[in-house]
Design a protein around this ligand. Structure first.
Ligand code: 13P
Ligand code: SF4
Length: 365
């Protein structure tokens, strides 16, 4: 098999039914040599072809358990990296469009995190007192950094257990790149907001004083998801005024004020399970990506449940949306033809350390 990096473009695109048939044909031709993993934010035309659906934790676990030669990840770059790290070397992790990144993951990079660590060393001994915890939405290099410094990884569904693990070892945590998940989880653990200052990587010492650093329990990296940032308390207030019996559910990447007003907060899979398990006739306002919300609304409509999207603006994860049926069809057809395109391969030294951090996470979750 040849291995290539390909940007598929330029050809006239066929109609939806033709592309759907191409995907089915290519998948059948690969006869169990390929497994397709699909994150809940994928558009329906791609989602329906996935063998496994899930949130980040479920898909990490699924990636580690596959036997197939090819793991085609319908998600974003960091997810395909995790699949590569947790799968066997002879398996190939493939991202149908290499432009499917995660804007939040890009808000923390290795030089900035290393600089933060070095600056912290001027105030305290970070390797004795601070556990670095990276949200899974981050590069393999940052996971490796956590592996090397006694730290770990978390997802939206295990962040609480992971932070408890971290605090059992060292008194403080440096949490990156999502300040909102870190703040919400710290709040659940009873940590006052004033003990979770924001570390701004653009400022010396994160914009904090040595006293603030000594006092801090969690240093929250100044990063966020622009999709979840669109949800606001005013959206919840307006909806509750007209739906007094309704319930609000949000992803923990939403702002603290939104999570604090919600009836329930959790991962994408938690949101789906909670709405599906609710009584017939229930009304829900959901604060997470629109492809998930639209599909969920459709699925539960027959039970008389209503599901509404939290923002009046369309908040779509444009990078998840990069994975379209054409890219999936082209990727699978290339495999049928003996070409591996858009393979995601983490270098062995980085992968080994990142695996240490990921295995710590999997052991506690
Ligand atoms: P989940 O792990 O909850 O699926 O979240 C992933 C993500 O990127 C949410 O924006
Ligand atoms: Fe990244 Fe936000 Fe998209 Fe999730 S929704 S993949 S955090 S940009």
């Amino acid at each position: 098999m040849s291995v290539e990096t390909v940007v598929f473009h330029g050809l006239p695109r066929a109609d939806a039914a033709t592309v759907d048939a191409r995907i089915r044909r290519a998948k059948a031709a690969l006869q169990g040599r390929v497994v397709i993993l699909g994150h809940h934010y994928q558009r329906e035309e791609v989602y329906r072809h996935a063998d496994f659906h899930g949130d980040s934790l479920q898909l990490s676990r699924a990636a580690a358990q596959q036997e197939a030669e090819f793991i085609v990840f319908c998600g974003v770059h960091f997810m395909a990296e995790v699949a590569d790290i947790l799968s066997r070397p002879e398996q190939a992790s493939i991202l149908p469009d290499l432009n499917a990144g995660c804007a939040m993951a890009d808000m923390a990079d290795m030089p900035a995190v290393q600089r933060a660590w070095d600056e912290l060393a001027a105030v305290l001994d970070p390797d004795e007192t601070v556990t670095p915890v990276t949200y899974v939405n981050s590069s393999a290099a940052l996971k490796a950094f956590c592996g090397a410094h006694g730290g770990t990884v978390c997802t939206s569904s295990n962040a609480r257990k992971v932070l408890e693990w971290a605090f059992a070892r060292r008194g403080k945590a440096l949490f990156f790149p999502d300040q909102h998940l870190g703040r919400w989880t710290g709040h659940q653990l009873g940590i006052p907001l004033r003990d979770m200052p924001v570390w701004d990587p653009a400022k010396p010492l994160g914009g904090l004083t040595p006293e603030e650093i000594h006092r801090a329990k969690i240093l929250l990296w100044k990063g966020h998801c622009s999709v979840h940032q669109m949800f606001q308390p005013a959206h919840i207030e307006r909806w509750r005024a007209t739906h007094p019996q309704g319930q609000v559910i949000a992803h923990p990447e939403a702002a603290f004020e939104v999570c604090a007003m919600a009836d329930a907060v959790g991962s994408t899979d938690f949101i789906i399970r909670t709405v599906k398990a609710s009584a017939p006739g229930s009304e829900w306002l959901v604060g997470t990506e629109i492809n998930l919300v639209t599909r969920l609304a459709e699925e539960v409509r027959k039970e008389g449940k209503s599901v509404e999207f939290m923002s009046p603006m369309v908040c779509m994860c444009s990078t998840m949306f990069r994975i379209d049926p054409e890219h999936l069809a082209d990727t699978l057809e290339a495999l049928v033809a003996g070409r591996i395109v858009n393979r995601i391969q983490v270098d062995p030294a980085t992968a080994a350390l990142a695996r240490v951090a990921l295995e710590r996470m999997l052991a506690v979750s």
